[in-house]
Design a protein around this ligand. Structure first.
Ligand SMILES: C=C(O[C@@H]1C=C(C(=O)O)C=C[C@H]1O)C(=O)O
Length: 378
């Protein structure tokens, strides 16, 4: 459901370049003044107008490089002065916000570990009160769209009207090709709830390695994201943090050139074919619903049968047969096993719900009987 926030559209954010995709790039961490300046100069030469660098780095375990801290702020001011780029840094507490605002930092972003914590978000929101600075909120580490929306609402309540979201993927216990699993349905849900909020994708943190950056960025563009935040470093292999996911400004340029930027509704394209295909999809969706309804009617009948014969609703071996057979049938139809599993699990759950309703009619009877007993002993 759509929520109303008081926000400025991104083309009114006073950024130099608001052409889609807006690119924010720079090193994971500011390491030395020289590394910051060399990276920034190359990026600026290639037309990048927003420079990012972490100076306070929240790390998973103590002992890894935790950022240079406030001494990096003058380096970033120098980038701004020499290249004219806007500067973005991460803030994780009230002190960071204060120092960043005093240093004239142009854009603040809030990291995934911070946005997962409503206390930390409130502290930052309080520190931002009355400031006029764009704030980008990364998704919380856990795949919870409401927590992400809540973090954005807190910042908006502090009077910040230039707010963006950054999709950086989600922690997962399962093995995956990604460092952080994208769960694309979560930023899509964010867009449904907060359509006014521009969304940036951070392929560096999703991928965790260079090879995946292009495909993730292309996917973000095809999902109509507004921009990309990509880590770049003048000497990525020797970066002090997240070396595997950083690329040189030159590689970034090549990667960005390779992206195909598609439009939601390109001008001058006849929509007749699309409308015809959508008409046919609508027809099939109707048939799909009719078939599911018929299946649930049968499940309800089975529920009555089980009730009469005192059988449990869940029949594990029958359910496993159905799932196994349909995964195989799905493969022949080029439907992924993941999809078939999700679809049949949802159908099975609804079927169980229908049968539970049938079983519970007995409870109503039992309740009536109970009331009769109570009356009888009065
Ligand atoms: C419908 C039944 O009940 C449950 C629901 C199933 C289904 O919807 O296909 C399958 C097995 C049971 O867990 C059944 O026993 O056949």
């Amino acid at each position: 459901m759509e929520k109303q926030l008081n926000l400025l559209p991104i083309n009114q954010w006073n950024l130099a370049d608001t052409k889609k995709p807006i690119i924010i790039s720079g090193p994971c961490s500011a390491e030395t003044e020289e590394q910051v300046m060399t990276t920034a100069r190359s990026l600026s030469k290639n037309g990048i107008t927003v420079f990012r660098a972490g100076i306070w780095k929240p790390r998973t375990r103590p002992g890894s490089f935790e950022g240079v801290g406030s001494i990096g702020l003058p380096w970033l001011k120098r980038v701004k002065k020499e290249t004219g780029m806007h500067i973005a840094i991460e803030v994780a507490n009230a002190m960071h916000v204060k120092e960043a605002l005093e240093a004239g930092i142009d854009i603040l972003w809030i990291g995934a570990r911070t946005s997962a914590n409503p206390f930390a978000m409130q502290e930052i929101a309080d520190a931002l009160n009355g400031a006029d600075v764009p704030v980008l909120v990364k998704n919380p580490v856990n795949p919870d769209a409401d927590l992400w929306v809540g973090a954005i609402e807190r910042i908006n309540k502090a009077g910040i009207t230039r707010i963006g979201a950054i999709h950086r993927g989600f922690s997962s216990y399962d093995r995956s090709i990604y460092r952080n699993v994208p769960h694309w349905q979560i930023p899509i849900e964010l867009r449904s709830q907060l359509p006014q909020v521009p969304i940036f994708c951070d392929p560096s943190h999703i991928a965790g390695r260079r090879e995946l950056l292009q495909s993730i960025s292309q996917k973000a563009m095809d999902l109509d994201f507004d921009g990309l935040m990509i880590e770049s470093h003048c000497n990525p292999d020797n970066a002090w943090s997240d070396a595997k996911q950083q690329i040189t400004p030159e590689s970034l340029d090549i990667m960005l050139e390779s992206l195909i930027i598609r439009k939601m509704n390109p001008e001058g394209v006849s929509l007749n074919t699309l409308e015809d295909l959508r008409f046919r999809i609508d027809k099939l969706d109707n048939e799909l619903l009719d078939i599911i309804q018929k299946r649930m009617t049968l499940a309800t009948e089975i529920g009555h049968y089980k009730k009469q014969n005192n059988m449990t609703i869940l029949q594990q071996s029958r359910w496993e047969d159905i799932l196994g057979t349909n995964i195989k049938k799905g493969e022949k139809r080029e439907l992924s096993s993941g999809f078939i599993m999700k679809m049949f699990k949802a159908i099975h759950q609804e079927s169980i719900n229908k049968q539970t309703r049938v079983m519970n009619e007995k409870h109503t009877l039992a309740k009536n009987k109970n009331e009769q007993i109570i009356k009888a002993v009065k």
